[in-house]
Design a protein around this ligand. Sequence first.
Ligand code: NAD
Length: 266
Amino acid sequence: MIKIGVLGAGGRMGQAIIAEVAQTADSWIAGGVERAGHPLCGSVIGDGLVVCANAAPVAHKADVLIDFTSPAALEEHLRAAMDGNAAILVGTTGLEPAHHAAIDAAARSIAVLQAANTSLAVSLLALLVERAAAALDSEWDIEIAEMHHRHKLDAPSGTALLLGDAAARGRGGSLQNLRLPPHDGGSALRKPGGIGFASLRGGTVAGEHQVIFAGEGERILLAHSAEGRDIFARGAVRAARWLARQPAGRYSMADMMRSSAGPAAL
Ligand code: NAD
């Protein structure tokens, strides 16, 4: 049995994770964490309580924590995971370089998987984007378009950046160097080989991503549509169960997919 602690238990993803764990035979909820004052504080989920503003007691009971909260909470959650010797899956997006440095530091003593998108199909899409970018020369412009619900704060989405990273890797470069500034009607022409982004926000869209390879007289489109949050929860719970058995280190969804190769990986 794998004991899972849910950070952000009252959130949209937290609730989807709790529902997914309830359907998973070898896992149970060891407890949840919410911010102070949340109505869920003190209520029971699975076999544990929802604790407020303190991840430590849940980390001590859990084999693995699943964190879909906010970047501001990340360092405290990593510290709790290290103190409780629990693995942690970080699904929160909008992370800055300092957050990534904190994840690298934590990964020296515990297993950490960070993924801007925990859908198993998006992990496959990233591999396809990398291959397509490697096969096409820089005459093919790469543009990544995304749309999300009106509440989403960060833009471009973490998934768009993850797909941009994959495209940059395929081009043998880094997104830091290849990322184009927003196309805002300025006079500069598009830089050859660059990777552009466009973000739309509105309604209740769970997540739409399109990677467009635009060549002379033709285009290739690689796309993913999320129809609900359950796909992120399914991938996150599956990855968390895998992560709980890994030694200390930093992992990605691709690492998890590679270790369970074949169509069953989806
Ligand atoms: P949400 O606002 O519905 O839920 C976030 C929850 O975290 C809230 O209940 C909030 O009270 C709680 N929270 C905030 N600070 C906290 C703290 N310090 N301790 C404990 N709980 C705290 O948001 P959401 O739609 O569930 O998304 C959460 C995050 O996950 C966002 O960054 C979002 O972009 C990301 N996300 C990632 C994926 C993925 O596949 N990786 C998928 C969907 C959403």
